[in-house]
Design a protein. Structure first.
Length: 224
């Protein structure tokens, strides 16, 4: 009987040793007991960032013509006179910008425009009693943000702030200058959305709509 139990004990120990040898322990995971298994660790995928070629600064020059939407508001009003239709010229615009990254540039923008109108006396609505005109120059810091694109059409956002320089002239029917005129708004600004269409590597045309010194603006752009 003792031999029987001794054989059973030896057989049981041998079976346990055999069973424990069949457990697969995956590298990097804690050891598990009998009957437990873990998925093998997958190698980490390393995604390399695609490096873009180095960006070299570019100088842009643009020349254009626009339709003003605020300068006419600076024409003076006079007691017992009303203003007739406004004639507007320009503004003619010029900007030079240094594009220092793929998405941004900074530069200087200059505009020049004129507005004029006749004034009529309420007692005589057929013959002008006075003529008024404004000559305006503005100088603004010009900030441009470009939408990412590699195509022919390049959208952009323009923001510009600066100063107005005015010359105002009001003359009556006898050629006399009107005095005691109020100061005009010295703050100049422009916010616009536009698109530049590249005709070649160095030349393009642009169209822009916005608010400030002009409401519609278009012209030619060049890479220097």
């Amino acid at each position: 009987m003792r031999k029987y139990w001794l054989l059973m004990a030896v057989f049981s120990v041998g079976f346990m040793e055999f069973a424990s040898a069949q457990v697969i322990i995956s590298p990097g995971y804690p050891r598990g007991g009998y009957g437990r298994s873990y998925p093998s660790r997958q190698p980490r995928r390393i995604v390399k960032r695609q490096l873009q070629p180095k960006f070299d600064p570019v100088v842009h020059l643009s020349l254009g013509y626009g339709f003003p939407n605020l300068d006419a508001n600076e024409l003076a009003g006079f007691y017992n006179y009303y203003r007739g239709p406004v004639t507007q010229t320009g503004p003619i615009t010029g900007a030079i910008d240094v594009q220092y990254s793929r998405s941004s540039s900074i530069g200087l923008m200059v505009t020049h425009g004129q507005v004029s109108a006749n004034y009529f006396n309420y007692n005589n609505s057929t013959t002008p009693a006075m003529n008024g005109s404004l000559d305006n120059w503005s100088v603004m810091l010009n900030l441009m943000n470009y939408a990412p694109t590699n195509g022919i059409v390049a959208p952009y956002l323009r923001t510009a702030i600066g100063l107005n320089v005015w010359k105002q002239d009001y003359t009556d029917a006898n050629g006399n200058k009107m005095g005691y005129l109020s100061d005009l708004n010295q703050f100049a600004y422009q916010v616009g959305l536009g698109v530049n269409i590249h005709l070649s590597k160095s030349t393009g045309i642009f169209m822009e709509g916005g608010y400030g010194k002009y409401i519609v603006h278009g012209g030619l752009s060049f890479k220097l």
